[in-house]
Write a protein that binds this ligand. Structure first.
Ligand SMILES: Nc1ncnc2c1ncn2[C@@H]1O[C@H](COP(=O)(O)OP(=O)(O)OP(=O)(O)O)[C@@H](O)[C@H]1O
Ligand SMILES: [Mg+2]
Length: 312
């Protein structure tokens, strides 16, 4: 697909870097909190399943690249999107692919880290990042784990509730202002839609909800195939026997794309370890994968308990 509008020139990239460096002077090190990725690597084709979500992303790509299409059809593009679904289902991948296909700069705002570091100041930082984006070429602002803005869940008490309100008000104002900016789109994500402040979702805010569900059987097959292909392309040789996908799928109930990718990674890692120990291991077989899945299931349970605080 050729862009009808030119992609952001390098000069505006340099300008963006300068502006971000200016923000770092004021707020301190931004790494891991606000990261700019000029060209994400992920394409829509490398995302398995999620047909409905990918269709939505495709129309957002057009909204950024060819806003006049909306005008021709008498409508206005969406400016604020919420991707919601369980952890590891591909929300971040979709947002990155959107930026890539739209030839937009990707701004990754990790809300949880921002809130922990700047709590009271986070509204100001968010406001400044929106300002940096304005008028500097095409941009996707990814508000990752937006549920972290419900401060009172993390810092109980009246003060946190008031601070949370202030930040959400600022964000809503900024989202509203995006209406006049054809080149910029805000995409938020959450795996806890129940924890989200309801004022964020609706007209003038995040007014397009996109579900990113766990994969079904066929989608899992697709995801496994994508990751197998990627590993083989990177190694430049065959790494897998033909796998019995029915046997594998039967053991992957409730697993996400992230889980499947991790299972394959562990199976390959095991091969590397055995080669290191002087063995001559063959390609990955179904039994190798099934063994890894059993170990991984146990670990995943513990990780989820830690993540969602059931050990606290
Ligand atoms: N649909 C998919 N197709 C291919 N790979 C996938 C898919 N979903 C997840 N993955 C793999 O899992 C990893 C994690 O996915 P991603 O970071 O997009 O999940 P997420 O929904 O943002 O999760 P979280 O809620 O934890 O942030 C990806 O880097 C990729 O390797
Ligand atoms: Mg993510």
């Amino acid at each position: 697909m050729r862009p009808d509008r030119p992609a952001p020139p390098d000069v505006s990239l340099r300008r963006l870097e300068d502006l971000l460096a200016g923000l770092a002077k004021r707020f301190g090190d931004l790494r891991g909190k606000v990261d700019m990725v000029p060209r994400p690597q992920v394409t829509l084709q490398e995302i398995g399943g999620l047909a409905a979500a990918k269709r939505e992303i495709q129309s957002l790509v057009f909204a950024l690249r060819r806003p006049e299409l909306h005008q021709r059809w008498g409508t206005v593009p969406v400016k604020g999107v919420l991707l919601y679904g369980p952890p590891g289902t591909g929300k971040t991948l979709l947002a990155q692919a959107l930026a890539r296909e739209a030839e937009a700069v990707f701004f990754h705002l990790r809300m949880r880290h921002i809130v922990f570091k700047w709590y009271g100041d986070s509204g100001e930082l968010i406001q400044e990042v929106f300002r940096v984006l304005a008028g500097n070429g095409r941009g996707v602002l990814y508000l990752d784990e937006i549920d972290a803005l419900s401060f009172d869940r993390m810092f109980p008490g009246e003060e946190a509730r008031a601070a949370s309100r202030r930040v959400i008000t600022v964000l809503l104002e900024r989202l509203e202002a995006l209406g006049g900016m054809l080149e910029t789109l805000a995409v938020a994500s959450t795996s806890r839609p129940d924890a989200l402040d309801s004022t964020l979702v609706g007209p003038g805010g995040l007014d397009r909800l996109i579900e990113v569900p766990l994969p079904d059987g066929d989608e899992k097959r697709e995801i496994l195939a994508i990751h197998q292909r990627r590993a083989e392309a990177s190694a430049g040789r065959t790494l897998f026997h033909t796998l019995d996908s029915d046997a594998i799928l039967a053991r992957t109930v409730k697993m996400s794309g992230g889980d499947l990718a991790e299972v394959l990674r562990r199976a390959l890692e095991e091969k590397a370890r055995r080669e290191g120990a002087g063995e001559n291991p063959g390609p990955v077989e179904t039994d190798d994968i099934l063994r890894v899945i059993e170990d991984y299931r146990r670990i995943k349970e513990v990780v989820e308990k830690i993540r969602y605080g059931q050990y606290l």
